[in-house]
Design a protein around this ligand. Structure first.
Ligand code: NDP
Ligand code: 8X3
Length: 252
C-alpha cells in the first residue's frame, strides 16, 4: 500500500516540487493551499502522470477552525499519514523594524508560526495513534541568522526552528521523527510575495547568481524521509553554492 504524505502550501514552489517528487516515489498525497484552482491543477497533473491518489483541500492555515474542519475530519483511508510537511509560509515586506507594517507582521507570524502549530495540532494525534510518523518543518537560514530588514520573518523562522527542536523532544516517546529544513535562497514565488507582487524587484534578488531550485529542496526532503526507521536527520541547512550565509553572496 502507498504511504501518505500531507504537504501544506503545495500550490507553488517547494511544496509543489515536493508533491511531484513524492508522487514519483509512489506516495499518495494530501495537498493543501488557498488557491483552489492552482491546487486542483497540481492534483490533476500529479494523478494523471504518476497514478497516485491525491486529496486536495483548500484552506488557510492561519484559521484554526478551517484547519480543523478540513484535516480533523479526514476520510478513514487518509488518516494513516506517514509524513507531515509543514511548508506553507511566506515573507511579506522588507523594511527596518521601525517602519514595519502591522499587517505584514501578522501575516508572517500567523502563517509561519501559528499556521504550523494549527496543522500540527490536528495531525500529531493521528501520528501518535500510529506510534510512528515524520514531521518536516520548513524553517530557513532566516531561522538560524538575522539580517537587515529580515526582522519579523527571521523571528518567525527562528520560532519554526525552535518548534522543530521542541517537537523532537515532546514526541520522542511516540517514535515520531522531526526534521528541520533550513534553506538559503530558493527561486520560487517567495520573493514576489515578499515584494508584494513587484516581479522586477523579485527578479533582482536572484540576478547574477544561481539560487537553489524548489526541486533541490524536494530532493533533500525525500532523502530525509527515505532514511531507515532508526535514522533521523534532525536539521538540514541547504545553501546555494554562491551564498555563504545571509550576508555573504557572490554575484557574477
Ligand atoms: P512560494 O510562495 O512559492 O510557496 C508558498 C506556499 O505556501 C504556497 O503554496 C502558498 O499557497 C502557501 N501558503 C502561504 N500562505 C498560506 C496560508 N495562509 N494558508 C495556506 N497556505 C499558504 O514559496 P516557497 O515555496 O519558497 O516557500 C515554502 C516555504 O519555504 C515557506 O515556509 C518559506 O518560508 C520557506 N523558505 C523559502 C525559501 C526561499 O528562498 N524561497 C528559503 C527558506 C525557506 P497559497 O498562496 O495557494 O495559499
Ligand atoms: C528565505 C531565505 O535568506 O531570504 O527564507 O531569508 S532568506
Amino acid at each position: 500500500m502507498n504511504k501518505i504524505a500531507l504537504i501544506t502550501g503545495a500550490t507553488s514552489g517547494i511544496g509543489k516540487a515536493t508533491a511531484i517528487l513524492f508522487a514519483e516515489s509512489k506516495f499518495n498525497l494530501i495537498l493543501t493551499g488557498r488557491r483552489s484552482e492552482r491546487l486542483e491543477q497540481v492534483a490533476k497533473e500529479i494523478q494523471e502522470k504518476y497514478k497516485v491518489e491525491v486529496l486536495s483541500l483548500t484552506f488557510d492555515v492561519r484559521n484554526y477552525d478551517e484547519v480543523k474542519q478540513n484535516l480533523g475530519n479526514l476520510p478513514k483511508k487518509w488518516q494513516n499519514i506517514d509524513v507531515l510537511i509543514n511548508n506553507a509560509g511566506l515573507a511579506v515586506g522588507t523594511s527596518t523594524i521601525d517602519k514595519g507594517e502591522l499587517d505584514d507582521w501578522n501575516r508572517m507570524i500567523d502563517t509561519n508560526v501559528k499556521g504550523l502549530l494549527h496543522v500540527s495540532k490536528v495531525i500529531i494525534p493521528l501520528l501518535i495513534s500510529q506510534k510512528k510518523g515524520h514531521i518536516i518543518n520548513l524553517s530557513s537560514i532566516a531561522g538560524k541568522e538575522v539580517y537587515l530588514n529580515g526582522n519579523v520573518y527571521c523571528a518567525s523562522k527562528h520560532a519554526a526552528d525552535a518548534l522543530s527542536k521542541a517537537m523532537r523532544i515532546d514526541l520522542l516517546p511516540h517514535n515520531i521523527k522531526v526534521t528541520n529544513i533550513a534553506p538559503g535562497m530558493v527561486e520560487t514565488e517567495f520573493s514576489v510575495v515578499r515584494y508584494k507582487g513587484d516581479q522586477q524587484q523579485a527578479d533582482e534578488v536572484y540576478q547574477n547568481m544561481k539560487p537553489l531550485l524548489a526541486k533541490d529542496i524536494a530532493e533533500v526532503i525525500l532523502f530525509a524521509v527515505q532514511r531507515p526507521a532508526h535514522v533521523t536527520l534532525n536539521d538540514i541547512v541547504i545553501m546555494p553554492t554562491a551564498q555563504a550565509n545571509t550576508s555573504h553572496l557572490k554575484r557574477d
